[in-house]
Design a protein around this ligand. Structure first.
Ligand code: AMP
Length: 397
């Protein structure tokens, strides 16, 4: 399979599926440019080799065709500044003008296409639409991990029109090799730490991980469904009654498979869901009536940290408590620190999926772990054991 480093881009037009779905304020200024910054190395590499680049992306969720607020034209000044070259713009991602502009590209030039989702064919994975996009270029590069779990025209279907000339950009490559290090070839002991609000959204992940991990640590709101399943007192803590039976089953499977299943032993309780609430500490299975557990306490932090620091591979998804409230963030901070210490000792640590990424960034610790994934839903589906269509389309599995 061709890669960014083997393919000769000289004189070729590369169409790159990037993820430029960035937040804009009411003046159409970019408020977080992380995704654009991340895509720059792939673009620059192709330009520096004498290729030209056609960029395609979605932005927001336009419902009824074109809408100014979702136009990718708002990104042009920022892109120009980051790339240091002019950026041409096709106000329609397919059609005559896009074709003419693409055909006229010279080595080192960049063309940005208008929002792909102005066509409903994009999300439908329409083959004719994908073929029209494909007709603009000589080679296809997928660098949008955040949409790799969607079989859309530009993320998946288009690859078939570039036999032997479909490849991953640097973001995709990094994501895939990092996740594969964890999910396919983990150094042992392998510890997964799962937190966040609900068991229901993580149950498939837990089931899949039970075949791979040595240790499974559970924290956050989902703890209490497990504690209830074991007959503990959880007060008014978050619980999913419909999943209590499932929680029991999961613990039985963990036992059968010889996975060490760790639940918190103590928690910080609050008398209301508020940063200023009165707090108390109790064993995790003795939350007083009217109180709710909002963070893990010292005993749990100590126990979890010991397991984490003895691990060689670590996967972390989901906070240990309501980390958005300063008074209930200590558990999440301390677990992040334990992961950082394990990483410093040589473990490979992958953090990903929504709120744990927000947490690690909030604590300024992103550079203390091995890899922070950019793809929320895509990462979670990968960890669930699903084959992502955007990855399969390029590498065949
Ligand atoms: P998720 O999207 O499922 O990863 O859940 C993340 C959310 O879970 C965050 O907003 C946390 O505030 C919340 N959370 C974590 N621990 C608790 C808890 N003990 N009670 C209620 N919410 C929690």
């Amino acid at each position: 399979m061709e890669t960014m480093n083997t393919f000769n881009f000289a004189g070729k037009r590369a169409i790159i599926r990037v993820d430029f779905n960035v937040p804009l304020n009411s003046n159409y200024e970019i408020t977080d440019d992380t995704r654009i910054r991340a895509a720059i190395p792939t673009i620059k590499k192709i330009l520096s080799e004498g290729g030209s680049v056609i960029l395609m992306s979605h932005l927001g969720r336009p419902k009824e065709g074109p809408a100014d607020k979702y136009s990718l034209k708002h990104l042009i000044p920022d892109l120009k500044a980051k790339l240091g070259v002019d950026v041409k713009f096709a106000p329609d991602c397919i059609g005559k003008e896009a074709k003419t502009l693409a055909a006229a590209l010279k080595p080192g030039e960049v063309l940005l296409l208008e929002n792909l989702r102005f066509y409903k064919e994009e999300e439908k994975g329409d083959s004719a639409f994908a073929e029209k996009l494909a007709s603009l270029a000589d080679v296809y590069v997928n660098d949008a991990f955040g949409t790799a779990h969607r079989a859309h025209a530009s993320t998946t279907v288009i690859a078939q029109f570039f036999p032997g000339k479909s490849l991953f950009g640097y973001i995709m490559d990094n994501e895939i090799s990092s996740i594969d290090k964890v999910m396919r070839d983990p150094k042992k002991p392998f510890t997964a730490i799962l937190g966040g609000a609900k068991v229901s959204t993580k149950i498939t992940i837990i089931e899949n991980l039970l075949d791979k991990v040595d240790n499974l640590i559970i924290g956050g709101g989902m703890t209490y469904t497990f504690i209830k399943a074991m007959g503990g007192k959880i007060g008014s803590s978050l619980v999913e009654e419909d999943f209590v039976e499932m929680a029991k089953k999961v613990m039985d499977i963990a036992k059968e498979k010889g996975v060490n299943f760790y639940l918190p032993i103590d928690g910080v309780n609050a008398d209301k869901f508020d940063n200023e609430a009165a707090t108390s500490i109790s064993p995790i299975d003795q939350v007083p009536d009217g109180w709710m557990g909002l963070d893990i306490a010292e005993g749990s932090i100590k126990k979890f940290s010991g397991v984490i620091e003895n691990s060689k591979t670590i996967l972390w998804n989901g906070p240990m408590g309501v980390f958005e409230m300063p008074n209930f963030q200590k558990g999440t901070v301390e677990i992040a620190k334990a992961i950082a210490r394990a990483t410093a000792k040589g473990a490979f640590s992958l953090v990903g999926g929504g709120d744990s990424v927000a947490a690690i960034n909030q604590f300024n610790m992103a550079d203390k772990v091995s890899y922070v994934s950019t793809g929320g839903g895509a990462l979670l589906e990968y960890i669930e054991g699903q084959v992502l269509p955007g990855i399969k389309a390029v590498r065949g599995f």
